[in-house]
Design a protein around this ligand. Structure first.
Ligand code: TXA
Ligand code: MG
Length: 326
């Protein structure tokens, strides 16, 4: 298949609309990561997403909408907690899991009775969703298990020849995927941490919010089971910034690249900057892993920042390295 990569304008948006209506997939930018979208009501189109990504079919997708009023067509009930999240934090980098309407096919939700809904804030994503005028289910637009795509170039690296259209927008501002908040349980549960933090959600809901009990398998998001965000070379993680252990690792692996904040710049020639703080770290982490894998046979990530936003980045890099801590 030939993959078109087009700037976002009236012409490319009407082509995107045509592809989505015809049951094809289209990659589009959001503020978190690029998504690979299809008509959420069209089972065959949804299956094409799983095929292009090589994604396990029991890992459910997020349904994207441009306007809050559309939630009623997707979710069976919108609880008062859901209403608070929608009015205070959406559009933005948060996804809510609600009980689903029957019209949402099982292949979107991996057979679950619930559905994940997100309203992206990026003007480019909004323009795309409004042009298409349908709920668009979309995972990140990368090959399954690879670092998520934060630029259209990353989408092309993974999916060229497998999808008909990439809408070329700006690089993603946030850089890691949305916070996934399950509102179908007795208590609100954060299934995936993101840049909208637990304290921010607790402030909006005026109640305690929890992380899943890792030993209770029924409480986890299906996506948690799979390998994620892995570069195509051996990757390690240092979480305490202890320069002795990092230097020792580099002595044993002299060709390794270092992906870290600017203060670690002097540690290696092959250095890939995560900027200064948790925000720049989130924005850059997947791009830097993709840059590093091209020129390094090994990678060491240093991520020693503390705090809620930093912990969301830690959640991603722990998966990138498959738990290999140095
Ligand atoms: O920022 C984002 O959320 C991006 C952009 C494209 O919007 N999308 C994204 O999709 O990250 P994906 O497919 O890579 O991750 C979706 C996550 C998975 O961890 C999945 O298991 C979880 O959401 N999820 C989806 N539906 C669910 C449901 N009904 N119940 C529990 N978890 C669900
Ligand atoms: Mg993903």
């Amino acid at each position: 298949m030939k993959t078109l990569a087009l700037d976002i304008n009236e012409e490319s948006l009407s082509l995107a609309k045509k592809f989505i209506e015809q049951g094809e997939t289209v990659a589009f930018p959001t503020e978190t990561v690029y998504g690979l979208g299809a008509n959420a009501f069209d089972e065959n189109a949804v299956k094409k997403i799983f095929a292009a990504k090589g994604r396990p079919s029991d890992n459910p997708l997020i349904v994207h909408i441009a306007d809050a009023s559309l939630i009623e067509n997707i979710a069976a009930e919108v609880s008062s907690d859901a209403k608070k999240i929608i009015s205070s934090l959406m559009p933005g980098p948060i996804t809510v899991v609600l009980n689903k309407q029957k019209c949402i096919p099982d292949c979107v939700t991996g057979g679950l009775p619930t559905v994940a809904v997100r309203m992206p804030s990026s003007p480019e994503a909004q323009t795309f969703l409004r042009a298409v005028n349908l709920p668009v289910c979309a995972p990140s637009a990368n090959t399954s298990s690879r670092p998520s795509p934060t630029s259209w170039v990353h989408v092309a690296e993974d999916l060229d020849g497998k999808i008909p259209l990439i809408l070329k927008g700006a690089d993603c501002n946030i850089g890691i995927e949305s916070t996934v908040l399950d509102l179908t349980r007795d208590v609100p549960l954060i299934l995936r941490p993101g840049m909208i933090t637990k304290s921010e959600i607790e402030r909006v809901l005026c109640k305690k919010v929890f992380y899943p009990d890792k030993t209770d398998k029924t409480m986890n998001s299906p996506g948690i089971r799979y390998k994620h965000y892995a570069p195509n070379c051996e990757t390690y993680l240092n979480v305490d910034g202890n320069t002795e252990s990092i230097t020792e690792f580099l002595r044993q692996n002299p060709a390794a690249g270092v992906v870290a904040r600017d203060c670690y710049q002097n540690l290696a020639d092959k250095f890939f900057s995560l900027g200064k703080d948790a925000y720049s770290g989130a924005q850059q982490v997947f791009a830097k892993l993709r840059e590093a894998e091209k020129v390094c046979d090994r990678i060491i990530i240093v991520w020693d920042l503390k705090g809620e936003e930093a912990d969301s980045v830690l959640n991603r890099v722990l998966k990138s390295c498959g738990g290999k801590i140095v």
